[in-house]
Design a protein around this ligand. Structure first.
Ligand code: AVI
Length: 322
């Protein structure tokens, strides 16, 4: 087992924070939620009953393990199972277990932006499934995709679970899917989770829990700016706010300033003024239906091979080929 670490993205972080906080309206990228504290808060979110996404995807994979696994199989040369945004791997382990117990010849390559998450997963797999070959990597999706082009020539199955694609606006999602397609050969597959449009209140509840875990997760980006860039944000002066537009299927997270204030960020030599009730837009969590997914696939040059859903049809995993 190996874990390769890519250089830290501090320059990107600095540039993007400067760009976002000097724009009007202000914004920050949700990809910066995931430091050690953010990873742990996201684990807590995934365990919340209101955050149905994790349970639904777990239900789908556990009810269809064999069908999905057999779609992945290549009896001749085996395969490389590559997971982007692997997280804690709880859902993936269902497939890893099936494949390990049913004579699949494969390696598992989890890739995550969080060094912390990748290391925990690799260590945990070494204990739980010692016979499994794990080749973990830390990196941003887009960078890693470039490297995948030169990867082994045997079958690749790329997995992106958790509706992680939903954190990208459609043009970026198409860009991401197109890059995935470009890294694929004709026999390769892409297995991806898409949270579906549903009762709007159910969606709002998933992003607005009464215990304030999601609020803490959202505000963690301010704490991270304080720690890594010498900022003096007072997170208590910001309110977590969630909206969902059922027409577009877009859920949006904001931090709203509850009073006028100036915030200084030393490493950026920047003072940012907030008016009372001014917002920072921090995240989108896109919800989909078959029409949107078909459109995304078409725009990216991918074909849908099959799809799997849970009993409530809250969530869907699609299998794509090039
Ligand atoms: C990682 N991502 C798909 C989550 C989502 O549902 O957008 C992140 C999240 N944000 C708030 N709660 C969970």
């Amino acid at each position: 087992m190996t874990t390769k670490t890519q250089p830290k993205h501090n320059t990107n972080f600095k540039n993007e924070v400067t760009e976002g906080l000097t724009s009007f309206p202000k914004y920050l990228s949700s990809k910066y939620f995931y430091d050690k504290k953010g990873d742990s808060l996201f684990q807590d979110i995934m365990a919340m009953p209101d955050y149905y996404l994790t349970g639904c995807e777990f239900e789908i994979i556990s009810n269809h393990t064999q069908t999905i696994g057999e779609l992945f199989r290549d009896r001749e040369n085996g395969l490389d199972l590559i997971e982007l945004g692997a997280g804690d791997g709880k859902k993936t382990k269902l497939l890893l277990k099936y494949m390990s117990e049913n004579n699949f010849n494969f390696i598992y390559k989890p890739i995550d932006i969080s060094e912390n998450a990748v290391e925990l997963l690799a260590k945990n797999l070494a204990v739980e499934m010692p016979a499994l070959t794990v080749d973990a990597e830390v990196g941003e999706y887009f960078e890693v995709l470039e490297r995948l082009k030169g990867f082994n020539k045997r079958k690749k199955v790329i997995m992106v679970l958790g509706s992680n694609i939903g954190n990208l606006k459609h043009p970026k999602a198409i860009d991401f899917l197109t890059k995935l397609k470009d890294s694929m050969l004709p026999d390769d597959l892409l297995f991806m989770g898409f949270d579906q449009k549903k009762e709007p209140q159910t969606i709002l509840n998933a992003y607005n829990d009464p215990e304030g875990i999601t609020a803490a997760f959202n505000k963690n980006i301010l704490t991270r700016i304080n720690r890594e860039l010498g900022g003096n944000f007072n997170p208590e002066k910001f309110k977590h706010w969630e909206v969902y537009d059922p027409e577009t299927g877009t859920a949006k997270s904001f931090l709203v300033a509850t009073e006028a204030m100036d915030v200084t960020i030393e490493a950026l030599q920047l003072t940012v003024h907030f008016d009372k009730w001014e917002t920072i837009h921090t995240e989108i969590s896109q919800k989909y239906d078959d029409k949107i997914v078909r459109w995304l696939a078409q725009e990216s040059g991918l074909t849908i091979v099959s799809s799997f859903t849970d009993e409530q049809e809250y969530y869907k995993n699609y299998v794509f080929k090039k």
